[in-house]
Design a protein around this ligand. Structure first.
Ligand code: IPE
Ligand code: IPE
Ligand code: MG
Length: 268
């Protein structure tokens, strides 16, 4: 599939060329995670209410999803709502729920046509039934798609994820199904809600904040960070390309020394 038209436009020749160059220059991250931040400040800077920023952020999601799929990213995980975000003013939470339902409803068909699989991680049972049903329907429809996984982190927090994994493992130990010695790094990973995907290679945070805000705490152990001052509603594919280019320039040493990495590369 050459073009994805999630926003109703076809990919320009110049854009295809930029993507081709990016693929030739280096590795495309398999898994990209994004902390989509700065919607409220974006709206405020324009004299609007916070929810306007959330609405404007939908176009950034579209462009990012589209560009990632075209580039060959296999998993895109978007932090859409954290466990802590439930503590925001009720009006904002309600508006976000409405926006979530509307967006899933309007985007699912296009995701499906473009062979994109929608998934979700987090405490989904905390959402109103309308949200859960809309989400479940979209997940069911796109289940068999294989071009890219678009995973929404909803009422997600890294500590919650580690806690729920620990509970499941503890139950198995208590029932004598596994020994405490069987609890390894790998076993913990397979009990996290992200068990079916590789750890993110690249994480992008918009709006210039230098923090994880309880996102994928365990999974980000060796993820490369890219932080941009751009507010999420202004984020477009050009910035994604910059982040990937920056990622391609990094040396991922995983605790080793540079010489080991270079000699491994030459043995390939
Ligand atoms: C991110 O933007 C969206 C969500 C957390 C739901 P914010 O709403 O956090 O916007 P700022 O950071 O207050 O500007
Ligand atoms: C992180 O943003 C959560 C999402 C983007 C969904 P926040 O705006 O909630 O994070 P803090 O409060 O600035 O750390
Ligand atoms: Mg924020």
């Amino acid at each position: 599939m050459e073009t994805v038209t999630l926003n109703g436009t076809t990919q320009t020749e110049q854009d295809s060329l930029i993507q081709k160059e990016l693929r030739q220059k280096g590795e495309i991250p398999q898994h990209v995670a994004v902390i989509m931040d700065g919607n409220g400040r974006w709206a405020k800077s324009r004299g609007g209410v916070r929810i306007k920023g959330h609405h404007a952020g939908v176009e950034s999601v579209r462009d990012t999803v589209e560009a990632c799929a075209q580039l060959g990213v296999k998993h895109l995980t978007l932090y859409a709502f954290s466990t802590e975000n439930w503590t925001r003013p009720q009006r904002e939470v309600n508006a976000l729920m409405t926006l979530l339902v509307q967006t899933i409803r309007s985007e699912t068909k296009k995701l499906h046509e473009n062979d994109i699989r929608l998934t979700a991680i987090g405490q989904l049972d905390r959402f109103p039934a309308k949200c859960r049903n809309q989400l479940a329907e979209a997940i069911r429809l796109t289940k068999g798609n294989s071009r890219m996984e678009l995973c929404l982190a909803l009422s997600y927090s890294g500590r919650w994820d580690i806690t729920q994994a620990t509970r499941k493992i503890s139950e198995k130990v208590a029932k004598g199904q596994i020994t405490p010695e069987a609890v390894t790094d790998e076993l913990i990973s397979t009990h996290l809600v992200t068990a079916d995907k590789p750890d993110p290679d690249l994480i992008i945070r918009t709006s210039g904040e230098f923090r994880i805000s309880n996102f994928l705490l365990w999974q980000l152990a060796y993820t490369e960070f890219y932080i941009t001052k751009t507010y999420w509603p202004d984020f477009r594919r050009d910035e994604l390309y910059k982040a990937i280019e920056c990622f391609q320039g990094r040396e991922r040493r995983f605790g080793k020394v540079s010489e080991q990495i270079v000699s491994n590369e030459s043995e390939k």
